[in-house]
Design a binder for this molecule. Structure first.
Ligand SMILES: C[S@@+](CC[C@H](N)C(=O)[O-])C[C@H]1O[C@@H](n2cnc3c(N)ncnc32)[C@H](O)[C@@H]1O
Length: 336
């Protein structure tokens, strides 16, 4: 039995599948929904934490890899190099599931920490009893798909293609119109690698076509027939933009006030309800209007609500009828 008590009969069960203001909300197990959803640009995972947080959550982190495995497999099958996965959890929960994500081809980008501040514990912690610093954080780990060409990651493919031209490496600098950035960054095979932006990639490709060994053409081709252009190159990577001043530590008080969904009596409806502003932050960072977002563990559908307000299309599932009804009621077109 989970610690998070279900919302109970206060919320009527409105049915199996709802279309609400740009969101498709399914009542049921997301494992049965993925095949019917269009390919995602963004996946926001906020599932089991290993803390008995809701009915079906595991009793500790050891159960998490098995819990997530079938979901991660389905996400991997539906994803493209444009897809970003945001994985919410505790620090240890995320660490336990990371090997599953990596095995299925999700590349770790970074770990964002939601710092809820002292307000989360409200000075009520007996550190002599718990014997650790009070925990006021959750993490939201950032993953993308590892794009490959012919089984090689982009980093390796770039260097291999340049070598195939027969041109010395330093000529790549000339190709890009830079002093040494091409050899130092774009063809680097270590952690200092930078993926060339589309305009630079186009220069590399043009130069290779014009000056490389004619016998090896086309160079930098995805289909073996035509060299790639900047647009195709841009599609090989997940979009990302970060507003000025945002770092990977998100100082944001815990959920309170009007945004917190309550059941009659004033109790919070869902232990894990996430702030809309943090959901909006990750959605804006990794997608454009019209893109598809998946929220496999909907709860009160915070990611989907933020997504539809930002003009994205959301596909979400929630297995608990009480949560489903309360979550669906947050969308504007809900009701008879
Ligand atoms: C951590 S909560 C999500 C909270 C949500 N992010 C919000 O802001 O309200 C996880 C939710 O996933 C639901 N869930 C667990 N397994 C599921 C599954 N296989 N399919 C659909 N929902 C699932 C649980 O009932 C729970 O409400």
């Amino acid at each position: 039995m989970g610690r998070g008590r279900r919302a109970g009969p206060a919320a009527p069960d409105p049915g199996g599948r709802l279309e609400r203001g740009g969101a498709t909300l399914e009542r049921g197990d997301s494992l049965g929904c993925y095949e019917g959803w269009p390919a995602p640009t963004v996946i926001v995972s906020d599932g089991a934490y290993g803390v008995l947080g809701f009915e079906g959550d595991t009793a500790g982190p050891a159960g998490l890899p098995g819990w997530y495995e079938p979901h991660v497999r389905a996400w991997a099958a539906a994803s493209s190099p444009r897809t970003t996965l945001w994985f919410w959890n505790t620090e240890l929960g995320w660490a336990s599931v990371h090997p599953v994500l990596a095995r299925h081809g999700f590349r770790y980008v970074g770990c964002n920490v939601w710092d809820k501040g002292l307000g989360h514990v409200a000075g009520n912690v007996n550190t002599g009893t718990i014997r650790h610093f009070p925990v006021v954080t959750e993490v939201c780990a950032h993953y993308v798909r590892e794009a490959t060409v012919g089984g090689r990651p982009l980093q390796a493919w770039l260097l291999d293609e340049w070598r195939r031209t027969g041109l010395p490496l330093r000529r790549a600098n000339e190709a890009c119109g830079v002093k040494d950035a091409a050899t130092r960054k774009y063809l680097n095979q270590g952690p200092l690698w930078y993926c060339p932006p589309p305009s630079v990639m186009e220069r590399l490709v043009r130069y290779a076509s014009e000056h490389g060994d004619p016998a090896g053409r086309p160079y930098f081709s995805l289909d073996g027939a035509r060299p790639l252009d900047g647009e195709a190159w841009a599609r090989m990577r997940a979009p990302f933009r970060c507003p000025h001043g945002v770092t990977n530590v998100w100082a944001r008080p815990p959920m309170r006030g009007a945004e917190r969904i309550k059941v009659p009596g004033g109790r919070a409806a869902h232990l894990n309800q996430k702030p809309l502003d943090l959901m909006a932050r990750i959605i804006v960072a990794s997608s454009a209007p019209g893109d598809v977002l998946w929220e496999p563990f909907g709860g009160l559908f915070s990611a989907s609500l933020a997504a539809t307000r930002l003009g994205r299309r959301a596909f979400a599932a929630e297995v608990d009828p009480g949560y489903f009804a309360l979550g669906a009621a947050r969308f504007p077109a809900y009701g008879p």
